[in-house]
Design a protein around this ligand. Sequence first.
Ligand code: HEC
Ligand code: HEC
Length: 418
Amino acid sequence: MKKEHTLANPIFAALIFIAAALIAIYGYAQTQNTGQGPSPTAAEKYKNIQVLKNIPADQLIPAMQFVAASLGVECDFCHVAGPDKRLEFDKDDKKEKKTAREMMQMMFTINAQNFKGQREVTCNTCHRGSPNPQAVPAVLAEGPQPIEEHEHAADPASLPSGEPVMAKFLQAIGGNVALGKVTTRVESGKALMPEGGSMPITIYTKTPDQRVSVMHTPKGDSVTAYNGEAGWLLFPGRPPRAMSAADELAARLDAEAFYPAALPQQFTALKLQPHPEKIGDNEADVVLGEAKEQAPVKLYFDKNSGLLVRMVHYTDTPLGFLPTQVDYSDYRDVGGVKTPYRWTLGRPSGSFTIQLDKVEQNLAIDESKFAEPAFAPAGTPPSPGGAAPPAAAPRGPKPPQGAVPPSGAGSTASPGGM
Ligand code: HEC
Ligand code: HEC
């Protein structure tokens, strides 16, 4: 900041609120990084960070995705493209980017002054998928809409246990004895593009939670991998990129959903939501999986079959939660264990579907498939520009958000979900 840091300066006053809010928000993210020393802040890694300075560098892109999702826009809404059509993220040429900075400060101030620093109000609270929030209520044209269930309706502590529903699920897919006989799976099928067409994919899994998805694109293989300890992404012609801590958590959950014997251990508590929810024509029991320092995961089990039909988990970004929804279907029996042959991965930026045609169990899979690749040494800028974000960030003025699944979808990792 160029101005004197006095309390009379409204910007500085706002920054104090931001600092307070940030400490509350980032306590969690920081502790995730213990063991590797302090992780670099966004200000250290990127070129022109004025508001989100103290967030861990690997939280900047998730925060950007949250902003884009909340406003229903793509990255180029705020970021200018250079002569080579790549977005120059550090430049402040667009007024929308400056407005966004002021909005971030406003959001932190609102929460600090009204909600004890709890992140109650986010960009999405007002914007709801549009750059222009609506101050005037819409005329009701289509008759009354059903009232959405209020998520905080019941105090979680008072909810009944979700253990029986989870136990019914494990039984429905074959039971622990049959599950115990599975060691590996090689699954092959296609990723179905939202706009038509498809690309072949192969998925290698090893119980309990290792999963490597390889999409065979015309440009080469695109890989999303998690080996039980670390996650990484590989895009054709680019260096490998490590997943953020939040993405790794999501990747582990995604991996375990396909081999669920260890799924219950992911959670400190399983709570049954008082009311079932409708998915399509069927009712599903909704179990909230609570975990430490993480938003509860919502697991939907078909009331009749007992099978897991949906999982919704949330990535905690500095500005709000980003949801990922996976819908599972087409369960088939493979060696005594039912496994989904079809699933759809949905994010605010778009969705795509995987349809398998073959699942082979207990084949030997070469260990090297699950070996973490060597990454560029820490501190190396992600690209010559230093500001270019991780691999999947869109490069042109019209980024293919949601259009290039799986790894390119939504300009980021598609952790494990393929
Ligand atoms: C609504 C506006 C908006 C949208 C949409 C947006 N950004 Fe940003 N972006 C910002 C603002 C504001 C900053 C600076 C934040 C600060 O100063 O703390 C920023 C900073 C960045 C930076 C840091 C650049 C540097 O070196 O200083 C990167 C990288 C970035 N954004 C990537 C993205 C990506 C990728 C997307 C799309 C997923 C995106 N942004 C979408 C507003 C936006
Ligand atoms: C309390 C409500 C509220 C919150 C929270 C909020 N905004 Fe806004 N925002 C508005 C309103 C209202 C406008 C329109 C102002 C106008 O029309 O001049 C707006 C306008 C904008 C614009 C300019 C849009 C355009 O078409 O040029 C951007 C960019 C923006 N907001 C980004 C954000 C971001 C990013 C966040 C979260 C960090 C956020 N806003 C949070 C209410 C909000």
